[in-house]
Design a protein around this ligand. Structure first.
Ligand code: AMP
Length: 471
């Protein structure tokens, strides 16, 4: 299994102007997909030049350096990394020089047969600087380019080797390609901007460049993007789809649309379904900002209960989810959120969030609301209990960390100190997304992986044997 790359964000633009500054804007719009590092690469007619750095886009990619990047074709990346994987060597795009010219790749997702493929490449004489999927992918593209000198054939051959999730932007010399894995785990959309075309992880970035959404890259499709058009090389083999449901629940921006379904709309629907499935008699509904906001609005509208903001969020605080120890995570939650005392004092409150993973956030928040004088605190969650690791790029890795694998809903309610706790049902979530169950990846909530995961198959078989033995 690959290491440090998870859900990230990618962009590629081909236009009749220097694209670096437009890509910089696009990366700022998809910044939520990764805050560890950012990078931009452009093809200037001869070589590929890059600017990469750690941290947020504004810090990693200083405007003066970006201005110096010339070229009408380029790709960019923002990277999400788990705790401990912060080295600059992992920043993307990754570029290599080959016999047929320079190549650059940026990747969103996770390659599940990474170890096997890397070993195969090493047996063939390749050397690696990192444990990154991006480096593996570019080595494979270079290998197949050497064999056929045709970027589409080379990318198709690489796709034949890769298992897992990937939305890729690939630059082979001045040719730009957007690629989505055959299951469509990760989003990737095509947009028309003034003077060119773009491909990007989220449609909100097309809006920010005052462009028009054209369509999503189809699962398994290779799309060549030029300044005047886009050209499709569809997947010759039909697969079931498996778009990650967590994109709608948590990961994507509310103003993005994935495969024709608006993220904000889904979150509101989730709130509506929750209000029907888990009602409560409360004075007002409030979100965990910002992740639970649209869910809470949907709940309040459906239940006809007032909506309030009961927490002030410090948006400059560090990310709590990836902190290495439980103590640090708990401390960081209090740094990040502060209850608005006058609003919550003496009130019966319903607080809505998108998901519970370890339970850290809500345990802390419920305690803070009580300390601020809340009379009752009811919790509603817009995702069924997370019980299985994600191998496709969402940072949820070990079964042990999931609170729902150790405790019942009632017990979790006690642990987080709430008066009541309700999760949306599995069917309710599917209804809220409005896409057929068979076209979604729901592995983190049902344990059924759309593709074979090395080790996981054996583990599940072992698990069912154990369950059988104990019946
Ligand atoms: P926890 O505190 O461990 O229960 O995590 C749940 C909180 O973290 C929720 O408020 C989510 O919005 C957020 N969250 C859930 N999954 C992820 C993820 N993979 N990466 C970052 N944040 C997440």
């Amino acid at each position: 299994m690959s290491g440090p790359e998870h859900s990230c964000g990618v962009v590629g633009i081909s236009a009749d102007f220097d694209v670096a500054s437009a890509m910089h804007t696009a990366l700022m719009i998809i910044q939520h997909r990764g805050q560890e590092s950012a990078g931009l690469s452009t093809f200037n007619g001869q070589t590929i030049e890059s600017v990469k750095g750690n941290g947020l886009v504004t810090v990693a990619l200083p405007k003066e350096e970006v201005k110096g990047l010339l070229g009408h074709v380029g790709i960019g990346h923002v990277r999400y990394a788990t705790a401990g994987n912060k080295s600059i060597a992992y920043a993307q795009p990754i570029t290599v020089t080959t016999n047929f010219g320079p190549v650059a790749v940026a990747h969103d997702g996770e390659i599940t047969n990474f170890a096997e493929l890397k070993e195969k490449c090493m047996r063939g004489g390749s050397t690696f600087l990192t444990e990154s999927d991006g480096e593996l992918i570019i080595k494979l593209v270079a290998k197949y380019m050497n064999q056929c000198n045709d970027p589409v054939k080379a990318i198709r051959a690489v796709m034949g080797e890769l298992d897992g999730s990937y939305a890729l932007v690939v630059m082979v010399g001045g040719r730009l390609f957007g690629v989505r894995d055959p299951y469509g785990f990760k989003p990737l959309s095509i947009g028309k901007v003034d003077g060119g075309y773009m491909v990007v992880s989220e449609t909100a970035a097309i809006d920010s460049l005052r462009g028009d959404f054209v369509r999503d890259v189809e699962p398994g499709e290779i799309c060549e993007i030029t300044r005047d058009m886009y050209k499709t090389y569809p997947n010759p083999v039909q697969h079931p789809r498996a778009t990650c449901m967590f994109e709608w629940v948590y990961f994507a921006r509310p103003d993005s649309v994935i495969d024709g379904v608006g993220v904000y709309e889904v979150r509101r629907n989730i709130g509506r379904v929750l209000a029907r499935e888990c009602p409560a008699d409360v004075d007002f509904v409030m979100p965990v900002p910002d992740s639970g906001r649209a869910h809470a609005i949907g709940y309040a509208c459906e239940a006809g209960i007032p909506y309030e903001e009961g927490f002030m969020k410090n948006r400059f605080a560090d990310r709590t989810f990836i902190m290495p120890t439980q103590k640090e995570r708990e401390f960081a939650v209090s740094m990040k959120m502060n209850p608005i005392k006058k609003t919550v004092e003496g009130k019966r409150i319903m607080i809505v969030d998108d998901s519970i993973v370890r339970g850290t956030t809500l345990k802390k928040l419920v305690a803070m609301l009580r300390k601020a004088g809340a009379r009752e605190v009811h919790v509603r969650i817009g995702c069924p209990p997370v019980i299985a690791p994600c191998y496709y790029g969402v940072d949820m890795k070990t079964r042990d960390e999931f609170i729902a694998n150790h405790y019942s809903v009632e017990e979790i309610c006690g642990i987080i100190g709430a008066d009541s706790l309700g999760y949306i049902s599995y069917d309710g979530l599917i209804e809220a997304i409005g896409i057929r169950e068979g076209d979604l990846c729901l592995a983190c909530i049902n344990g059924k992986y759309p593709t074979i995961i090395p080790g996981e198959v054996h583990r599940s078989q072992f698990q069912s044997t154990l369950n059988h033995d104990f019946q």
